[in-house]
Design a protein around this ligand. Sequence first.
Ligand code: ACO
Length: 324
Amino acid sequence: MKVKIVGTGSAVPEKCVTNDDLSQWMDTSDEWIRSRTGIETRHLAVRETTTEMAVEAAKRALASAHMDAEELELIIAATITPDRLLPNLACEVQSALGACRAVAFDVSAACSGFLYAMDIARHYLEAGGSRRALVIGAETLSRIMDWSDRSTCVLFGDGAGAAVLEADEAEEHAGILSTVLGTDGAGGMVLRCDNRRNHNPYVKGDTALSYVSMNGQEVYKFAVRTVPKVIAGAVEEAGLSMDEIDFFLLHQANLRIIEAVAKRLHQPMEKFPTNLQKYGNISSASVPILLDNVNNHGMIGEGSKIVLAGFGAGLTWGAAVLRW
Ligand code: ACO
């Protein structure tokens, strides 16, 4: 039995903001952002919510899988920017889709979130209790940015991506071949955003909201050190060689990180499709949106071998190897 991705979908907000747009009111430039990160534009939510984007991506994934929402038995949403603490994002998606048979919950693992959610869904379906799952990565990161901090806010965007997974008892070759996850909580404070502070009547002091703060160079070093290793582990576990992989779909944090990973894996950049130029870094949504883009462009077909890899706050990382 194998668990396969049978449909993908994505959605981004309407408003597209260029680097030049930002430089109209912030001390930055297209040249600085483009040369350091590769990012040219990002889509920012003005009227859209995390839930709306997640629902739209999910509907498109279900349509591409030719599946009805009532057939889903599991919905896992990866997000660090849900619209509400209660109810969770997955419950709201379940309601909006009418996926009344599905168990629904969120996972929080930042830019590795989609990989974590996919790993859980894979094992849930392989255990045999359920056959069909929806996995979503959705973020409104612009909500947790400090828009006066040019070193972080220019990097991120908003959007959602989704994939429908199905267990196929008769299948032996195609599907998710391996998933590898990792965590280093001790390194976590290099990329953080605190929750709202306690303000019960006995607490004195500051109740100001927190925004994303990042030690960019430490994050860069972590990513370049860890991602090649986790990819190598997942490819080996899948019983493949690196040269057999057709595409590496990495979390879209920064073009320089992706180039460094490609170099360390001795693989050409042509195998590393990117969309960060258009969308920036959308945390848990980056990998599923890129997977949907690649799928829609007809770049992958039956037998294609693909690596998905996420890395980010936690610190967390994860990779999966798929045969399409
Ligand atoms: N526009 C213009 N100047 C800027 C901007 C900006 N938007 N942001 C920072 N600067 C300035 C700084 O103030 C600093 O100026 P100074 O030398 O006068 O003090 C100068 O640029 C250099 O700043 P650094 O932080 O040293 O820039 P660096 O070359 O390290 O690039 C970057 C920053 C792009 C964040 C880099 O560290 C990086 O790629 N880090 C990886 C982290 C990453 O990609 N994070 C994404 C989120 S995490 C994730 O998804 C895993």
